[in-house]
Unconditional design. Sequence first.
Length: 243
Amino acid sequence: MAGHSKWSKIKNSKGAADQARGKVFQKFSKDIYLAAKEGGPDPSSNPALRLKIEKAKAANMPNDNINRAIQKASSNGEGENYEEIYYEGYGPNGVAVLVEALTNNRNRSATNIRVAFNKNGGALGESGSVAYMFDRKGYIVIEREGLDVDEDTMLMSVLEAGGEELVTSDEVFEIYTNPSDWKEVRDALEAEGYTLEQAESTMFPQTMVDIDPENEAKFRMMLEKLEEDDDVQEVYHNANLDD
């Protein structure tokens, strides 16, 4: 993980996400629904839900949308039952692609994702075909603006909280943890007074592969189509792309 920075990719994708605000709100609703379903509807006792709500509000998601997602999760009556599914496959030049979906309709998701692969030089694979090429890590981001903390102090805080690695840039501190420890590390850093920009369990490729210019255009189109899909939450890949 040393030297790896996920933040630049997240930051550079925000402008594109803002152009599809309705789809962004839909995905936030699913995130909030899932967090409330897993940890309860009260943000004060559910840090994961609190963080999802803060991110949604930062994107100007209306409070009514947020409340509806929480109410769906806490209702004992009829509601949407989402399940998390991973789809695995290859893009052009053998790029490994792992798609995380949250859906209430498996058939719809599988069809849409298969079309996005097939029409852009890729193909879906069997379960386990590419997942082994990725490692799951806890990932936490703390913005440095307005924070009077140097790298040594932050490293000490991270290690005491149980984190494994700190990557520092001019804009943020990026913290990597064991996948089973990220919630405890998150809670410890929040208790110490840090404001977290992001905290999640996510996937990182073990190795990167190059992709030629002709196939890069196809692959970028594949990513665009996948990320536009309402059921797709995250797309992970191991292609070297210029941000």
